[in-house]
Each structure stands twice: as structure tokens, then as C-alpha cells.
Design a protein around this ligand. Structure first.
Ligand code: ATP
Ligand code: MG
Ligand code: MG
Length: 362
């Protein structure tokens, strides 16, 4: 099949590589330069977007902010309603989807301006997290309100654009569910992944390392089914959860969803017989979803560093991925997957490498 992916960043590149390994052809459309590109080439094809859409059997995306001209021109090349997916780039629509699907999420309110936000904060009885409705990623476009903060001052900063104010959740840990839904409604999910963030950005993920908590796994898969059914979704989707409480009392609250492949699923390139990129391609092209075979894998993000040290490239237990991007503090420029026997070994790797691989913005 011929697949056109919207976006030519690392996710688009990794999707494209998987598509090619499954015998498909693919092009990437850069929404930054408005050009059509073959996989991993820096040169631009002299192919217009209209030609690329006509060429493609299918259009998919690495990011859900699908340009309006593609929404209009490629409508029949998507496997689901792309406008519905694009609407989820607004946190208000995303949170409403959670409420409509009755999946538990942090209580929330919307605000349109600083005055409305100030009223919300003045009445707040617990700390709040404020998130701009649009454009936030890696913790950008977020503010924290603690009970000692001045509502009016913070409202002036955070209320410049519409957003949501939600309860700050005292979570025990954060996990994500990455899975695929195919056209016939069958689903295939990896076990819950434990994610650790530093200053709002994903630092590392533990894939198939912790013993699966069957109860939480089934709650998470139930959320996945409800959300993907509601969207008539085809392909890979990730759900980020807060785990509140521990052991038998642990509950999951949905933080946000990513209707696409996700950074917390990168460990599957090493730790699964079928990576998240493979699952996405299989779901898109109507191939059956596989039975998963998994190996415990740690994924450490490379953030802002100018290279991955040679010792990691050479190590027998690692797979290094460099995205060919200009390093800047806080920018994801690669990731390292590490085969680990267990959680203790994983944490030893984290202690040794996370700081060296990560230059975060203040
Ligand atoms: P991503 O890069 O994952 O898309 P994002 O910028 O969309 O990130 P969120 O996932 O909403 O932002 O938040 C980033 C991190 O901030 C979360 O992973 C979590 O650690 C923290 N956080 C967000 N919302 C809350 C909340 N309501 N309570 C406590 N912590 C929160
Ligand atoms: Mg997000
Ligand atoms: Mg997030």
C-alpha cells in the first residue's frame, strides 16, 4: 500500500521505517516546511501535497494537528474522521471526551480569560494545575496553583489564552497504556508502562519490567476500549494515567490521550516482537494484530544532549536512536532502549545515565 504520513519528525520517521519493512511505500509531509519528503531524506521531492494525497491509498499522522487543507483534500483517505481527531488537540474537547465516555479524570473547569480564571482560583479548595487549551506538550503551557499563591497574579499569567483548570493529583506514580485498535474493533495493548517525568518531560519508561497488576491492566484496557470505540479509532493510541493510591486501593485517573504512537511506547522497538509502529501499520493496513511477546526494557530519553556517548552505542544490551535534530535544552533528540533483567538493574542504568543524557530547560 502507499501511505502518506503527516509530519516528518522522529515519530513519522519511525512509522515510515516500519511501513517499509512491512512492504509498503511511504511519504512524509512536513507541516513545518509544507513539503513532501521521502523517508529520512533531507531533500524535498518536487511533489505537491495534492499529488501526494492522490498517490496515497491511506493517510495517517505522527501528530494530530492535521492541517485544514489536508482535512479537506484527503478526507476519504483516512480510516476515521480526521476532524474528530484534530478536535482533541484542544484540551477542553479531550476532557469532555473523557467525561462522555465515563472514564475517570481529574475534575476540571474551563476558563476563557484572566477574570474567569481568577474567580476559579479564588474559590479553589485544593492546589490546581492550569493548562492552556491548545499547543501544550512536554509540560509547556502549564502553571501550578498552590494555596499560598496569589490568584490574581497567576491568573494574569495563565489566563492570557483559554484553558482548563484541573485538580492537582497527588499521584503515587504515572503509567501509560499503549495499544492498537483495528477496523473490526479488536484491540491489542502492551502491559501498563511506568513513566517518570522530570520538569514535565518524560525522562524514562519501564516497559514489561514490573509485574502486571491484572486489575489495573483490565481497568486501563476498559478505558482504552471506551475511548477508541467512541472515536471509531484505527491504529495506535496511548493513554496517560495517574495512579492514585497503592496496592489494592490503587485507582487510575486518565491524564491525557495521544491519538498516535507515543514516546512511552518507544521501548517496544527493542522489547516486543511487534513494536508500537508495527502495530500501527498492521492496524491501518488491515493485518491481524499479533500475539505479543515481550522482554523487559528500559527506555531513557536523550534530551538536549549533543550526542549519545560511544559506550552506549557499543553496549550489547542497548539500542540507541538518534533523531538528527539540533540539540536544545528540553528538546528530545533521541532515546536509548536497554534490555534489563529487572527493576533494580533498570534503576542502576537510570542512576548512571539519565543525568548524562538529559539537559533540561530551567
Ligand atoms: P506530553 O508531553 O506528555 O504531551 P503535556 O505537556 O501534554 O505532556 P501533561 O501530560 O498534561 O502535559 O502534563 C505533564 C506532566 O505534568 C504529567 O505527566 C504530570 O507529571 C504532571 N501533571 C499534569 N497534570 C497534572 C495534575 N492534574 N496533577 C498532578 N500532576 C500533573
Ligand atoms: Mg500532551
Ligand atoms: Mg502528558
Amino acid at each position: 500500500m502507499k501511505i502518506l504520513f503527516i509530519g516528518d519528525g522522529q515519530l513519522g520517521q519511525m512509522l515510515g521505517a516500519s511501513a517499509i519493512s512491512h512492504g509498503h511505500e511511504c511519504l512524509l509531509f512536513s507541516t513545518r516546511s509544507n513539503t513532501v519528503k521521502p523517508l529520512s531524506a533531507q531533500i524535498d521531492l518536487q511533489l505537491s501535497l495534492t499529488d501526494a494525497i492522490a498517490w496515497a491509498d491511506l493517510v495517517s499522522w505522527e501528530h494530530e494537528d492535521i492541517p485544514a487543507d489536508i482535512l479537506a483534500a484527503a478526507h476519504d483517505k483516512f480510516l476515521m474522521d480526521p476532524a474528530r481527531i484534530k478536535s482533541l488537540t484542544d484540551r477542553r474537547a479531550e476532557k469532555k471526551l473523557f467525561d462522555d465516555c465515563r472514564v475517570p479524570t481529574s475534575p476540571w473547569q474551563t476558563y476563557n480569560n484572566a477574570d474567569e480564571l481568577e474567580k476559579i482560583l479564588s474559590k479553589a479548595e485544593q492546589p490546581m494545575v492550569l493548562k492552556a487549551a491548545r499547543g501544550g506538550y512536554d509540560g509547556k503551557g502549564q502553571w501550578r496553583f498552590r494555596m499560598v499563591d496569589n490568584p490574581s497574579e497567576l491568573a494574569q499569567q495563565a489566563g492570557q489564552a483559554p484553558g482548563i483548570a484541573e485538580h492537582m493529583i497527588p499521584f503515587h506514580r504515572e503509567v501509560s497504556l499503549v495499544g492498537a485498535r483495528s477496523k473490526d474493533g479488536s484491540i491489542c495493548c502492551y502491559p501498563l508502562i511506568t513513566n517518570v517525568h522530570d520538569r514535565g518531560i518524560l525522562s524514562y519508561s519501564l516497559g514489561a519490567i514490573d509485574v502486571v497488576d491484572e486489575r489495573l491492566q483490565s481497568v486501563a484496557e476498559d478505558c482504552f476500549r471506551k475511548l477508541t470505540d467512541a472515536l471509531h479509532y484505527v491504529g495506535v493510541l496511548a493513554i496517560e494515567f495517574f495512579v492514585v493510591g497503592e496496592g489494592d486501593d490503587a485507582q487510575l485517573l486518565v491524564n491525557e490521550i495521544a491519538p498516535r504512537v507515543h514516546n512511552s511506547g518507544h521501548w517496544t522497538m527493542t522489547g516486543a516482537n511487534s513494536s508500537q509502529f508495527d502495530l500501527h501499520i498492521r492496524a491501518l493496513t488491515g493485518m491481524p494484530l499479533p500475539l505479543l511477546r515481550l522482554e523487559p526494557t528500559l527506555m531513557i530519553n536523550v534530551i538536549g544532549a549533543d550526542q549519545i556517548p560511544a559506550g552506549l552505542w557499543h553496549h550489547a544490551d542497548t539500542d540507541c536512536h538518534w533523531y538528527n535534530k539540533e540539540p536544545r535544552p528540553g528538546r528530545k533528540v533521541g532515546h536509548v532502549n536497554i534490555r534489563t533483567a529487572n527493576r533494580d538493574t533498570a534503576m542502576t542504568w537510570v542512576a548512571q545515565w539519565a543525568e548524562k543524557l538529559q539537559v533540561l530547560a530551567d
